[in-house]
Write a new protein. Structure first.
Length: 187
């Protein structure tokens, strides 16, 4: 029974994606959507993100779309590693982030202080894994990046606990792209 899912993954710069209308974003959101629908069939009630740019904010937008499509019991929580994580972001990114916070069902921070040290990220990763049933990650061990740290905490936790880790890999995205191309060509 997956009631609470953490969704995380690559940040835009790790993917070479610098605009939200980049074609890759649509495929990433479709892959997240497919996974969330499967989890909804298993009893998913909450999606929790830390509010990082990229995969997490795209996942929030997918949750809002699903809510509009009748999954109104699905809720979004944003639990940041520390206060004011968006302080140094560009204005456009801040606006998008604030819009997502305005629509979220729950907002909090693991550390109720502004950024002090990398330890705040470690505490957030530990908190996320122990407070959730499943981790959905856009992460491919072939291309390491910042998601690696959360993934490693989850793998270690999984060794001693019943914990579900689901990944979206670059191969999964390639299949989505190929299926879309076949559909567009009438197959």
């Amino acid at each position: 029974m997956a009631h609470i899912a953490i969704v995380s993954g690559y940040k835009p710069y790790e993917l070479g994606v610098f605009k939200n209308d980049h074609p890759a974003v649509g495929y990433i959101k479709q892959a997240i959507r497919n996974q969330l629908i499967a989890l909804l069939d298993e009893g998913l009630e909450w999606v929790i993100i830390s509010g990082q740019q990229g995969t997490e904010l795209w996942a929030a937008e997918v949750v809002f779309d699903l809510q509009l499509e009748g999954y109104d019991h699905l809720q979004l929580g944003v639990i940041t590693p520390f206060l004011e994580q968006e302080a140094n972001w560009k204005d456009e990114s801040k606006e998008r982030y604030e819009s997502i916070l305005a629509q979220a069902d729950f907002i909090d921070s693991v550390s109720r202080k502004p950024y002090e040290s990398p330890n705040q990220f470690r505490l957030k990763n530990q908190f996320f894994v122990t407070k959730s049933d499943v981790l959905l990650m856009f992460y491919d061990s072939e291309k390491e990046g910042t998601p690696k740290y959360l993934y490693e905490v989850a793998k270690k936790y999984q060794e001693r606990n019943d914990y579900d880790i689901r990944q979206i890999t670059f191969y999964d995205l390639q299949i989505l792209v190929e299926e879309e191309q076949l559909r567009e060509n009438g197959f």
